[in-house]
Design a protein around this ligand. Sequence first.
Ligand code: ZN
Length: 98
Amino acid sequence: MSEKATCRGCGRVLEGHPYHTGKSAWIMNHRKYGLIRAPSCHYGGHVCSERCDVKACRELEGSMPGYSGEPRRLSGNLDREIARKWDELRREYPGAIS
Ligand SMILES: [Zn+2]
């Protein structure tokens, strides 16, 4: 296991703790808001952006047995779940989260 915190979507090294430790990692240290916590991907792992969140979920679903092969949609309500999570972060930290 890596001893560095990384984004599961893009692989970028984040400040903080690796996901398997159960502790937080940070998307950034914002000049106004301070440390902004990286949310977790639905399937586990830190993610640093909505795009990375979607990408990580797609990759994981694509590797699951019984995967339908439909490339654009995630299973169940996961697309909506991810959008809601990042909308909340954008409301919480206006201007900081793209
Ligand atoms: Zn990322």
